[in-house]
Design a protein. Sequence first.
Length: 267
Amino acid sequence: MPFIQLDTGIRMHYRDGGQGKPILFVPGYSATVDTWNYAVLDLHDRYRCICVDLRGHGDSDKPYSEYTYDEMCGDLQAFMKALDLWDVTFVGWSMGAGVGLKYVANFNTDRRVTRLVMVAPATPRFVRTDSEPYGMTPEEAQAALEGIRRGLPEVMAAFADNNFKRTDMQATKTWFLYSHWLRMPAYVGYKYFKTLITEDLRDLLPKVDIPVLICHSRDDKVCHWGWVEYMAARLKNCRVVWFENSGHALMVEEPDKFSQALAEFIG
């Protein structure tokens, strides 16, 4: 399991294998490199599959920082430069999709990233607005933030249930909860969730000038599908693939369909 010391001051854990065009897999809130196990299994013979643990997650450093999207984008920019990655397909799940959107809009000045895949995106907003009633209300978001501050395990246990549509994946839920999500300290989870519920990336959509694939389920209980339709109507070059038999963790519940959609998009 390799590590790399980044210019941003953190030591990042990652996995790197396969051959071909590089895919950078970025997990969501509290998740780790193992999020992408099935996709890597399917795709590593055709693509170079690089999975990262974001700062505060998995085996990467967990500093007392602010855990903003800008911090995450800065880490990933330094990571891609250090590995000299080009023609990168950025694949982000949930919060990782928001990181990808901000990266492409504001950090992709050297054009290393040439394709963006947003999987069950928690973006351009996670909290609803008066004009876009999608997702948590502001009051629900604040209650969840307070829950994380004093009861992270209970919040994450409920989160595990909300990630899946299928009822035959209890072992997978347990694996996600204990191997991924509860490895995140409360000080990390609190600040990341605060970022998630306060970031508004709607104004960045016109700046995205590379092809985009969005994979989403209308049965997602974490990220509302209304934001997908909002983005698809505003992105210049966007394709949407809907998943019918999964919830938020669609790359785990429908891995064959996800891997096929990703391969067809990259070419």
